[in-house]
Design a binder for this molecule. Sequence first.
Ligand code: NDP
Length: 499
Amino acid sequence: MAVSNEKVHPKVQEFLQKGPRKLFIGGQFVESYSGKTFKSVNPATGDDLCEVYEADDKDVDRAVDAAEKAFHGPWSKMSASERSRMIWKLADLIEENLEPIAQLETLDNGKPIRETRNADVPLVIDHFRYYAGWVNKFSGEVINNSLHPHIFTYTRREPIGVCGQIIPWNFPLLMASWKLGAALATGNVVILKSAEDTPLSVLYLAELIQQAGFPEGVVNFISGYGHIAGAAITNHPRIRKIAFTGSTEVGKIIMRDASKNVKRVTLELGGKSPNIVFPDADFSKAVPGALHSIFFNQGQVCSAGARLFVHKKIYDNFLSDMSNAASKIKIGPGLEEETQIGPLVSAKQYETVRGYLEKGKEEGAKALTGGVTNEGPGYFVQPTIFADVNEQMTIAREEIFGPVVAAMPFDGEEQIADVVRRANDSEYGLGAGVWTTDVRKAHKVAHALEAGTVWVNCYNLFDAAMPFGGFKQSGFGREMGKYALEMYTDVKSVWVNLE
Ligand code: NDP
């Protein structure tokens, strides 16, 4: 453990010093069968944080056994109100541990403490409370059939069973809560694999799951590599559903592998989201909004506003205001209170983003600000605004997943069709932003954009009650809200002859 900072919470120090962190299977912390471990790294320094046991297919098998036992045993026998109270209790325990969890997430992922403390962890708490409330409210319905009055028909919403959940590194605990909340509220059992770069916060969560009193095996956490542990989950014949968040490339592999036993699949994948600023936009909101849309979480957000379309009339002024503000953003280690942009998550992601910066310059884009990475230690990239971008450039088409925006002018005040066509010209369709004070235009554009979420005069707002997911190659199915409950249940039709 290489954190020697007096600001680090004693619970975090203790967590990191406990030796290799174990897998959480059947309600117990266990070593992996192979005994292999991997290292979790602090991206602000490049130093090791701690070791974690690495799971393979045998560990996944063991987790499936434990999950099935819980599903057919105590979990399904528990009343709805007991289940609800348990999920609520978990939220209370997270709240009691907000500071150590926020710090651990910051150390493992790099993101600023002001975000983990004020956004990630509070959203996690809200999420569990929201789904605790759904447990006894989501059900089937009585259906009036056309046959005969003595034929009584109704539907039931039944849990799917053992669900595999595979999450990325950009919001580790939040992504876990998005997936766990709906799955547990509907009575499923879960095997969740964290990303190899950020395994720690869910292992802390595992301790709270134990304390909340969940029956053994209801929730199992697997740490390890995607092509080994992730593939073992996707290919497992007794896992009935996969919920995945990550790259479109891996999403396609998961869809293929899941087809072997017709697993239900929900995919939340990549994006290259357009953010459109009309000339009548309120600058005082649109400038910080456009900055937040791309620089929040170091740009490592699937819905980041990475393609910025600004009307020609205001293009120069808007970009100049944005660049001035961007050049003042405080970059530093996530644990520093003033830090607004932390390091990227890993050396690999740093190299990927560095490659895109070079590519952008080679292809003729002009970096108004940033355009470079910091020398180490740590994986820091300067917030970058590229102007003079055209839509054929690589930086305008591919998901960069870093603090890099590609700005492009558009023309024609009344003619929204052209900018909408350009915004929709992408294989992705996750998020989109519109900035205008004209309410008619706002709705027209929101309806015309091919995206699962459209933000008008705001960006990157999330709430447990609002569904989130993609159009096109950004995936299908929805996380959050009532929609997510549908993704974790099968519908059973029951026919009863009352004569
Ligand atoms: P991946 O899609 O590779 O990883 C997401 C999760 O899937 C991780 O837990 C990963 O494990 C796992 N995984 C990887 N391969 C397999 C497999 N064959 N079967 C089952 N599970 C697998 O994303 P990366 O971390 O590699 O990031 C690459 C790019 O993906 C980013 O640059 C970004 O463009 C995009 N991305 C999009 C995200 C989103 O929110 N939509 C989130 C993260 C990344 P492991 O961690 O071991 O690789």
